[in-house]
Design a protein around this ligand. Structure first.
Ligand code: 6PG
Ligand code: NI
Length: 193
């Protein structure tokens, strides 16, 4: 791991970093239980374990003071009326923010706090999103092309997927009459620790 300044290239149309250490690939099977229409999920899975999204990360020490960064690519598609999306997570260290810069595609970031606030921000090329501390976040591809974002967040943040896997997000983004629509998640439930 470099301790001297370094650069890498992010060039369109794919924006795969010219230098990366981890390449995470999330498939449909890894999102079991996350989509609101289990029948549509099973029917799509029966056709094959589609690749939903990929993450290219550059390794840095997972400690305060470092900034973890990389690229997130959510491929286009739907499970029933619900768009392809990331798992979504709180940061284990809740008081840690994140910045997203949209490089390509059309989408949205679905966010919520443990206290019940929620927000959805549209993503399009050139748009920067600041996700404050305490806000869980999930990228959703509402377009016909890859949704590609550059992200950066504190080295010690960590990922809490469990809370979202159990609770879901309060809001979902579905396609109605050919357009994205924000709807309540009928299966959202607050887990009590
Ligand atoms: C992070 C970032 C980002 C995120 C990807 C994939 O905290 O690492 O939010 O890199 O991990 O967009 O989304 P999931 O982590 O929710 O699968
Ligand atoms: Ni994050």
């Amino acid at each position: 791991m470099l301790d001297t300044p370094f650069t890498f290239e992010l060039r369109g149309p794919g924006f795969v970093p010219s230098r990366h250490d981890n390449h995470i690939q999330r498939t449909l099977a890894s999102m079991r239980g996350q989509y609101c229409d289990p029948a549509a999920y099973e029917a799509l899975l029966a056709k094959g374990d589609a690749l939903l999204y990929e993450v290219y990360e550059l390794n840095r020490p997972h400690k305060a003071g470092e900034v973890l960064h990389g690229i997130s690519i959510v491929h286009p598609g739907r499970v029933g009326e619900e768009y392809f999306m990331t798992k979504g997570h709180f940061h284990t260290v809740l008081e840690t923010a994140e910045i997203y810069y949209c490089l390509s595609g059309q989408g949205a970031m679905v966010m919520e706090t443990p206290d019940g606030e929620w927000a959805v921000e549209a993503l399009s090329p050139g748009r920067v999103l600041y996700v404050p501390p305490r806000w869980a976040h999930r990228s959703v591809n509402t377009g016909a092309e890859d949704l590609i974002t550059f992200f950066a967040y504190p080295g010690h943040a960590g990922h809490d997927y469990g809370t979202i896997e159990q609770q879901g997000f309060r809001k979902l983004i579905v396609e109605r009459d050919g357009r994205p629509e924000i709807v309540d998640n009928p299966r959202w439930k607050k887990i009590t620790n």
